[in-house]
Design a protein. Sequence first.
Length: 337
Amino acid sequence: MRFADWVRGARLKTLPLSVAPVISGAAVASVSGAPYDPLFLAVMLLCMGVALLLQIAANFANDYSDGLRGTDAGRDARHADDIAGYRATGAATADAAAAADVADAAVQTGGMRAAGFQQGAPTRLVASGVNPRRVLFAAGVNAAIACVCGLAVCALTGYWWFIAVGVASLLAGWCYVGGSHPYGYHCLGEVFVFVFFGLVATCGTMFALSGHITAGGLCAGSANGLVAVAVLCVNNLRDIESDRAHGKHTWMTVFGRTWGMVFTDGLLVVASILAIAQVAGWLVSIPVITVVCVFMCVVQIAACDAIGRADYRHALPLCTLGSLSVSLVFAAAAFLL
């Protein structure tokens, strides 16, 4: 694959989801008394490497599996370029509405509507003609490096049972849409995302740094997990017709678009409430933490607004920024204590 394919397959816009819970876990560990020393920093960065590389590996694995199943049909980069060209041509010759009509006509002409094409949906590697074995190889490379980082965490902390957590994370990443019975096709993707992108990443980091898990760690993990589920829901709202056409059952296909939007907004609201409630219990400096909490709320409100307008192109990065804003609240509180 080309370097551009590696970057596209990694899905950079979603990667804050793996960084944010590690930051939150480190912050809560610091509040619980873990000494902030070079070992603390080394373990935190290694935990971040594990989470980040496992997510990238899962992204490549999902591209591979969905591409072979046909779920990503129509997400061809060449087709997307054609649509962009038609849209630009229409914009140059008429108004914005006419440009959209031209682009839609191009989709209809190319037969991509029948294939489940979603305008604004990101392209995928296998659907774009990249050799599936190379995509699977990319997943394996990232997973292998994540394992090296994980073993380093075990060596530094002495918690060798973390290997079992790593194996469970690898299996969860592959079985999401891979294998003969992918749980992501049976309304379980949201549950596993909450567990692994929230509780496991946050509480695992906290335990690696402090040797225990507190109620604050569970609260931080839940807040990060809810935002991660919201990001998945945004993706599934965008792809709701395509998922239904290919037999992929998600919470959004069950709720429908309207209630799915309401549910996704609710996830972001509850995540913000959890973060604010936790730092309020720590009795940190009110003026400073208020500014950070307001920033988090502004980001979440902007994300909710984009979701309500079905503007998924902007809702996705706003939700991922929302995960970082949640972790920023915990990090700021830890710094002030």
